[in-house]
Design a protein. Sequence first.
Length: 205
Amino acid sequence: MGIVISSYKIMKKKTTKRNVIEWALIIGIPVIIYLAGWHTEVIGTIQRLVLSTGVIQPKILPASEQQQADYNFVLKSFDEEFISLENFKGKSIIINFWASWCPPCIAEMPALQNLYDKVDRSKVEFIMINLDDDIQKAKDFLASKKYTFPNYRIAGSFPTIYQSSTIPTTFVISPEGKIVVKVKGMADYDNDNFIGELHKLSAGH
């Protein structure tokens, strides 16, 4: 009987020790990831896997829901050049609001870069608008990922129609000046359906 009890105590002690180690890992790994500053990248990577399933895709709004774009929007490029949205009238325009600390922004950026590489940029303009407090963080992030799409900061009045409490938020403006896509949150922009719709919008312009 004494041997059985002794064995039970040993097994219980081992189980308790294993439970402590498991809980230490469950709690400790996220803490380490957060303290090391990796949480944004890790969460973004997980969300990118969700996007890769194709379940979140941008869609063209019905004509009844399309609003008139406001071109009275001044921006400043990362090269310190001021530019107005007016300059891109007559083209399809993709406007994306993002920040380097935003996991869903990070998740969708590879798809946006792929889209940027595929489209006819004489007909489609990319306006990536960064919302970081520190612009250097944004520049460092873009350099580390080798993203080449043009980036801007808001430099003047901010038209109400583009204001959103969510980032990322993405708008697509047609050559006719209609907001034909509005996505609050992340989406997969590198898919055949969306690319086909974008080509249709830009055809003949």
